[in-house]
Each structure stands twice: as structure tokens, then as C-alpha cells.
Ligand binder design. Structure first.
Ligand SMILES: [Zn+2]
Length: 579
């Protein structure tokens, strides 16, 4: 994330000082005041009791359930799916300030350049479709209307190796390459990746083109479907084809999850705009979480064949940990050999909706799979059912649905079931364990000091810390030293702003975790605790220095200055010893 380095730290600090993280989060999720902090149901994992907390004091959020945490910038990145610069940009807008831009090769600028490349490619593909006879014939055969083609910005790539290459300047080749639009063969020759295909631009949820899918026009071209590779703009497990249109044209009640872009396009054309497609992969937990953020009901649509059922089981597995009682998940299976595209074209939208209306509930689908091959008249098989069910039920957040499912299983096996009996402990998230044991007793003094400085930077600025902490003999002395220098440079820093200065450093996640820990101190205890630690660390540094000087004294003798230093150190030790 080199963009972090390109926005001046002072600007980030000032920005996080101007805005209040509560103002950023409150409009997006339902915050309730709880003591000095705010609480809410976590937007990043499924839960029924709130473990998401926002600290106005630290300007920091933290979830004790899933461990997610961060500043207002981090929240926007996570919640809105923004990259760092977009999040900063959006906060700056809120605060009414302008983001200073320096240099030209920041990663954010590179992103901007890539969007320009993908958008230009999108236009070129659309132009091509105007006079590509074979592509037009193909589109006509598939029954796509001009309006649909326009809405989805469908285009085509001609049967050529250099359609895009010729349209871009040689200087733009590296960008074409990182956008995944050209590739290089073993002998170093560069050529267009998409050739002789109908092209479906893939948009992010804000409607920007980030990648392409290509359907072969002639069936002799393999593979039939080709997607852009992973690029800086495109991570396919996190994107859904058609999401921006489903949000724009559909309602937020239900969304259909289908497999291919042609399915989405066909459903849309038949007046069912609430469809999105996974991009040729199994449904990921990220995709399920994304859908549940925008829609109340998620209906997974699969082929009725064996592969389709396997994919549906996988989707269910991705969905279980994300399950929320206020959302509903359903499964539809199409008749063998049909996909949504063919089905809606042959039978029409009403028939398709009827099918969706008969969708199987998550619990029915799960139970059907679990019961498969078991004879519930046999005691052994009843025990087997419970063992099969256990790992699935345990992934479900505690709540209404888990309760009902358990009652249902009990009615099948005729015995009470206790899921907690064996595995409660291992399922408790680590962050929650930590909260139960807030004491810093077994922490090194450096770790304690770092946690205190991060959580109370402005208090730390009032303390007379020793210098030369690198030499204190404990791990992490150099980190504390740097933190203290940052605090000294801008004593008004809050936790979030201080952490933002570490975002691109390897220590960032460790420091963020320390920022969220409950240190078990009242506000009045913080300053005295810091004084004690500062004195203790000073002694540790002195002790190390004394040892070093004594060793040198024994080996090579000391210079006059060194003798004086040793004397002073010894004297200060004596003074400290007399209270
Ligand atoms: Zn969470």
C-alpha cells in the first residue's frame, strides 16, 4: 500500500482529528450508547448479541466476536469496500477538506489509471459489437435486446491478436498487462487475451469496470468462458457480476444468485433485475456477507444435476457462519439440463418466479443433505445424524434459527441434543477470551507501555519517558521509542490517528490489537501507571548501560567520559533506592 506513504501523515492525523468515528458509523449501523462507548451488532460477522464496540475516546472500533478493528478510515474500507484513498477521500469530503496529492505514481493513481484502461477497453469492445457480424448474429440467436446490450455494456472482441494492442499506445502496455487484457507467451510475444468472444464487462459495486468475462462466439473456441485473471482491481471471490445493477434496478428484498453472466442478463431482460452471478467460482463467505448486507433474502439458484447440488452444498457451507435471523437463505434447483437463462427463455418469467417461490429453505436443504443415506429407524444412524450435524450447527450463530434447527433434529432422533457439550471452548473467538482476562500481569513492561501509549496518546505526551529505549533489553523497545516520538511530535493525536501512521508497517496489526485490549485500568490509573513504567524502563536502560560499561572496564578500560557516565549511573541508582 504505497498510497499510504503518499498522503502526508499530518493530513491523516488532522483528518481523523476533525471527524468523529461515531458520525461515520452511526448512519450506517444501529449504535447504542453503552457507558463511555457505543455498541452494535457487528456488520462484519453474523451475531445476535452485540460485540461490536466504538470508542469515541480512542476514535477506534473493535469487534470482540470477529476481531475486526480500526479507525474511521478502516471502517469505511471494510464496510463500503473502499480502498484506502477512497476512504480518505470520502472522510475528507465529510470534513470539508481537500486531500493533498503529491507525486504521480501512488498506488491510488495507478488504480485510477487502471480504471481508465478498463473503461477504454470496455468502449472498444462495445464499438466492435456494432460491426462484428458474427458477434451480432450470436447476440441475435441468444435473443438479447438492444436495451439489454446497452444496460450491461456488452461488447465483443474480434478474431484478432492485437485489437486492443493497436488501440492503446506502447506506453500503456504495462497497464494493459496489469489489467489482465493482454498476455505474453513463452517466446515473449504479447497479444490480446480476449479474442473472438462476446464480452461482458464486470463492474464493481460502484459501477466501475474492473474486469471482463468472455463467452466464445464459435463453439470451437476453448475455453467456452474466459474471465480476467486476478488483478489489482479484480478479486473474483469478492465480486458478484451484476451487483451494481441489482442494487440499482431491483429492490432490497430478495436477490437471486446464479452461475453465469448470461443467466443474469437473461433474467434482467425478462424483468427480473435482482440477479447476480458468482464468477465461475464456488460462492465465498465474502460474497454471502456482501449479499446479506444489501438484501433480506438470498436465493441460490443451481442446476438440478450432481454438480449443481454439490455447488449448492458448498454455498450453504459458506453461508452458515454468516447466517442472521433477520435474513433468509433459500435454494432453488432447476430441472436437469436447464440453467436460468434457458429456463426463463423457454418458460417465461412467471414460471421462473413460481420456481423461486417454491425454493427450499436453508434448514430443509441442510437436513436433506445430512439425512442422505441414513435410516432413522436405526439407533446407530440417528447417532450418526447428530454427529454429521454437529459441525454445521456449531457454525451457526446462536439465535432463533439455530434453536429451531436443533428442535427439529431432536424430533428426528428422539433425544435431546447438546451441541455445547464437547466444543464450546474451541469456538470462542480469541478476542473474546482476551477480554475475559484483561490483566496485563504477564506482559513485558514494553508491551504494557506500548498498549498504554496507543490507547492514551495524549496522556503519554505528559510523561517524561526515557530515551534510548532500543537499549532497554526488552523486545519492542524500538517500537515504543518511535511511538513516543510520534506522540511528542503531535501531542493531540488520538489512538486512530496514531495507528494510521503505522498502517503500511508490519507492526500495524499487532498494534491495532493492542489498541483494542481491555487493560483493566480506570482513566485515573493511566497516568500513574505510565509514570511507573517510565521509571522502570529508565532503570532497565541504566542497568544495561552499567553492565556494558563494567564489561568494557574489565576488558579495555574506560575513557574519562565513560568513567563519569558510569559514576552518574551508579549514583542515580542509589538515589532511586532511597525513597
Ligand atoms: Zn464482528
Amino acid at each position: 500500500m504505497s498510497s499510504v506513504l503518499r498522503i502526508p501523515n499530518e493530513f491523516i492525523t488532522e483528518l481523523l482529528d476533525r471527524i468523529d468515528i461515531v458520525d461515520v458509523i452511526a448512519p450506517r449501523i444501529n449504535l447504542k450508547k453503552a457507558g463511555r462507548d457505543y455498541q452494535a451488532l457487528c456488520p462484519f460477522h453474523a451475531e445476535n448479541t452485540p460485540s461490536f464496540t466504538v470508542s469515541p475516546h480512542k476514535q477506534f472500533f473493535h469487534c470482540f466476536g470477529c476481531g475486526k478493528h480500526g479507525s474511521a478510515i478502516g471502517f469505511l474500507m471494510e464496510y463500503e469496500g473502499l480502498d484506502f484513498l477512497d476512504a480518505v477521500e470520502s472522510l475528507a469530503q465529510m470534513a470539508g477538506v481537500e486531500v493533498p496529492r503529491s507525486g504521480s505514481r501512488t498506488s491510488a493513481d495507478k488504480h485510477t489509471n487502471l480504471y481508465a484502461i478498463t473503461d477504454k477497453a470496455r468502449r472498444l469492445f462495445q464499438n466492435n459489437l456494432q460491426n462484428n457480424v458474427q458477434a451480432r448474429e450470436y447476440v441475435r440467436r441468444r435473443g438479447l435486446s438492444e436495451k439489454t446490450i446497452e444496460t450491461f455494456q456488452i461488447g465483443s472482441a474480434p478474431d484478432a491478436w492485437d485489437y486492443l494492442l493497436r488501440a492503446f499506445s506502447p506506453a500503456e502496455e504495462p497497464l494493459l498487462m496489469s489489467a489482465g487484457l493482454i498476455t505474453r507467451n513463452d517466446s515473449g510475444k504479447v497479444y490480446d487475451k480476449f479474442r473472438h468472444r462476446l464480452i461482458f464487462p464486470i463492474h464493481d459495486r460502484r459501477g466501475r469496470v474492473i474486469a471482463f468475462g468472455g463467452r466464445a462466439i464459435g463453439d470451437e473456441h476453448m475455453p467456452k468462458y474466459l474471465n480476467s485473471p486476478e488483478t489489482p482491481l479484480f478479486h473474483k471471490g469478492r465480486e458478484l457480476y451484476g451487483l451494481h445493477l441489482a442494487r440499482k434496478h431491483g429492490n432490497s428484498r430478495a436477490v437471486l444468485v446464479v452461475e453465469g453472466y448470461m443467466d443474469v442478463v437473461a433474467l434482467h431482460q425478462h424483468g427480473l433485475p435482482n440477479a447476480v452471478a458468482t464468477l465461475g467460482t464456488a460462492t465465498t463467505p465474502e460474497q454471502v456477507a456482501l449479499l446479506m448486507r444489501y438484501f433480506d433474502t438470498v436465493v441460490f439458484c443451481f442446476d438440478g444435476d450432481k454438480a449443481g447440488r454439490k455447488a449448492a452444498w458448498k454455498a450453504m457451507e459458506s453461508a452458515l457462519p454468516q447466517y442472521r435471523d433477520d435474513k433468509s437463505l433459500k435454494f432453488v434447483f432447476l430441472p436437469q439440463g436447464e440453467d436460468p437463462d434457458s429456463y426463463v427463455n423457454t418458460h417465461g418469467a412467471e414460471a421462473f418466479q413460481r420456481l423461486v417461490g417454491e425454493a427450499m429453505s436453508l434448514s430443509d436443504w441442510l437436513l436433506q443433505g445430512l439425512k442422505k443415506g441414513l435410516d432413522l429407524a436405526s439407533l446407530d444412524d440417528r447417532a450418526r445424524l447428530i454427529e454429521r450435524a454437529r459441525p454445521y450447527v456449531q457454525q451457526l450463530p446462536k439465535g432463533q434459527f439455530r434453536h429451531i434447527l436443533t428442535r427439529h433434529l431432536e424430533s428426528l432422533v428422539h433425544i435431546p441434543v447438546d451441541w455445547e457439550a464437547t466444543a464450546t471452548k474451541s469456538f470462542m473467538p480469541p478476542a473474546q477470551k482476551a477480554a475475559e482476562n484483561p490483566a496485563m500481569d504477564d506482559w513485558s513492561p514494553i508491551k504494557k507501555a506500548i498498549a498504554l501509549v496507543i490507547q492514551h496518546p495524549s496522556v503519554a505526551a505528559q510523561v517524561n519517558w526515557p530515551s534510548g529505549l532500543e537499549a532497554c533489553g526488552y523486545k519492542g523497545g524500538h517500537i515504543l521509542q518511535q511511538l513516543l516520538e510520534q506522540v511528542a511530535a503531535s501531542p493531540q493525536l488520538n489512538t486512530a490517528a496514531l495507528l494510521e501512521q503505522w498502517r503500511s508497517r508490519p507492526e500495524y496489526s499487532h498494534l491495532s490489537r493492542l489498541a483494542s485490549r481491555d487493560l483493566g485500568l480506570t482513566p485515573e490509573q493511566v497516568l500513574p501507571e505510565m509514570h511507573d513504567l517510565a521509571a522502570y524502563l529508565q532503570q532497565a536502560i541504566n542497568r544495561n548501560k552499567i553492565e556494558g560499561l563494567r564489561r568494557k572496564q574489565a576488558q579495555n578500560g574506560l575513557t574519562v567520559e565513560e568513567q563519569q557516565e558510569l559514576l552518574q549511573l551508579l549514583a542515580s541508582r542509589v538515589q532511586k533506592a532511597q525513597p
